[in-house]
Design a protein around this ligand. Structure first.
Ligand code: ADP
Ligand code: MG
Length: 229
């Protein structure tokens, strides 16, 4: 086991005109390997800002962030990108699939970036599409898939690199409730297999799948609920 994410006193401020927005106001959060944590809060509370920092897409103004024991302050931009590719699998509300590529090609992209051969990466793309229930849909373009299927492709893409953490920002935000429930179950199953998941949502029913729920409001974090089972 051990600690996967360790955020200490993270601050991120934005300036809009002469107003200062405290998007993250002294946030501390520690996530163990294998945990499933949801971070819940209303629109504008700082969820995406936090996701961007946890996912190494942005850096804090102050505070300390250790990702799997590595202090990100000590990394160059190039090494940050490398660590991001190795450790983090992103899942976004709007899927962020490449529209001109088929399902399997979308899953293949990060594998090619990681240096895998065309042949091996195609095989792995097919494996992960099967894992998320999309066997037979490999050659579909995103527009030929339903929203739920597109999100499954995005989850397969996130998983294929064997990330240490899946970071999902409102993954069911664009889906109807039935499809959302299927995605919820998929995330739960992945966690049961040992995948560390950080889920960001404003949806209570989505958050409740996680073993631990943390609440964010006005850039501040509150421990909210921790389930024992
Ligand atoms: N790049 C930015 N520039 C200025 N303000 C920002 C920027 N990103 C986010 N904010 C502000 O920070 C606060 C938190 O935003 P965000 O993290 O996107 O919230 P959430 O994802 O919870 O809706 C909001 O008040 C938002 O307007
Ligand atoms: Mg957001």
């Amino acid at each position: 086991m051990g600690v996967m994410l360790d955020l200490k006193n993270i601050k991120k401020y934005f300036t809009m005109g002469d107003e200062q927005i405290k998007a993250l106001d002294d946030i501390s959060l520690s996530v163990e390997k294998g945990e499933y944590v949801s971070i819940i809060g209303p629109s504008g509370s700082g969820k995406s800002t936090l996701m961007n920092i946890v996912g190494l897409l942005d850096i804090p103004d102050s505070g300390e962030y250790l990702l799997d024991g590595v202090n990100i302050k000590e990394l160059s931009d190039g090494n940050l990108a490398k660590l991001r590719n190795q450790k983090i699998g992103f899942v976004f509300q709007n899927f962020n699939l490449l529209t001109k590529l088929t399902a399997w090609e979308n899953v293949q992209v990060p594998l090619i970036y990681a240096g895998m051969s065309a042949k091996e990466s195609k095989k792995i793309a097919y494996e992960y599409l099967a894992k998320v229930g999309l066997k037979g849909r490999e050659n579909h373009l995103p527009k030929q898939l339903s929203g739920g299927q597109q999100q499954r492709v995005a989850i397969a893409r996130a998983l294929a690199n064997k990330p240490e953490i899946i970071l999902a920002d409102e993954p069911t935000g664009a889906l109807d409730s039935k499809t959302g429930t299927e995605i919820k179950k998929l995330l739960k199953d992945l966690n049961a297999e040992g995948q560390t998941i950080v889920l960001i949502t404003h949806d209570n029913s989505m958050a409740e799948e996680a073993k631990r729920i943390v609440r964010i409001a006005d850039g501040k974090l509150y421990e909210y609920e921790r389930k024992t089972n």
